[in-house]
Write a protein that binds this ligand. Structure first.
Ligand SMILES: CC(C)(COP(=O)(O)OP(=O)(O)OC[C@H]1O[C@@H](n2cnc3c(N)ncnc32)[C@H](O)[C@@H]1OP(=O)(O)O)[C@@H](O)C(=O)NCCC(=O)NCCS
Length: 197
């Protein structure tokens, strides 16, 4: 991960193929398109319309102002194309492991299958431990979201089924309520997330 900008609040992170950066107005249209795709939103409550998508982008940008990190907009270095987000979000919903900082990702379908989510998340984890000074980062998803859990495993995050939980913001009988929790400690993160130098 290369940092640009003030080290305390870097403006962008770079990886071999990606730039993770603050959001631009031009991201809103492609972001709305991916949020409207039922396949991308399969494990959420459903696709978002343009208003809800823009409101989400606003909340993401506020998080950068508040915490100095957030869900970075991800673009391809080769073309400058916006492909989605990857980054860090503070979770405060009631659960046995919260408050916590979560690493998360959402890419447009055409960007899947290239290792981009894992590459971007490695940079986000490096940031979490090297710059933000966090002791642990978690990741959660519904039990049936295999692609997301595969990213967690590729990152080297650990899973103990005793940590799994019922996502409290969904009704009791909702099929997405059973969630898995993966963890990455600072010690493990510093040892495993960065490519050899
Ligand atoms: C979850 C999500 C980000 C995963 O995307 P992904 O592309 O499968 O994950 P990665 O970026 O790690 O890519 C891994 C795949 O790229 C392949 N790949 C191709 N070139 C690669 C390269 N150069 N380096 C690494 N992997 C590469 C891998 O083999 C793997 O393929 P496989 O799925 O066939 O095994 C994506 O499915 C998504 O945005 N889903 C919708 C939103 C969502 O559910 N988010 C999570 C909510 S908690």
């Amino acid at each position: 991960m290369e940092l640009a900008g003030n080290d305390a609040r870097p403006l962008r992170l770079s990886t071999a193929r990606l730039v993770l950066r603050r959001w631009a107005d031009a991201d809103r249209e492609p972001f709305a398109a991916l949020n409207a795709d039922p396949e991308v939103m399969r494990y959420f409550r459903g696709p978002l319309d343009r208003t809800a998508s823009d409101a989400f982008a606003d909340r993401i940008e506020s998080s950068f102002d508040e915490l100095g990190y957030g869900l970075w907009a991800v673009e391809l270095r080769s073309s400058g194309e916006f492909i989605g987000f990857t980054g860090l979000a503070r979770q405060t919903f009631p659960a046995h492991f919260t408050p916590a900082v979560e690493v998360g990702w959402r890419l447009g379908r055409s960007a899947w299958g290239n290792g981009y989510a894992t590459e971007a998340a490695r940079a986000a984890l490096d940031f979490a431990f090297d710059v933000a000074g966090l002791e642990e980062v978690v990741s959660t998803t519904t039990r049936t979201n295999e692609r997301s859990q595969a990213v967690m495993r590729r990152l080297g995050m650990t899973h103990d089924s005793a940590d799994d939980f019922a996502y409290p913001l969904l009704p009791d009988a909702h099929p997405f309520r059973p969630h898995v929790l993966y963890r990455m400690s600072k010690q493990r993160g510093l040892a495993t997330t960065r490519p050899p130098r």
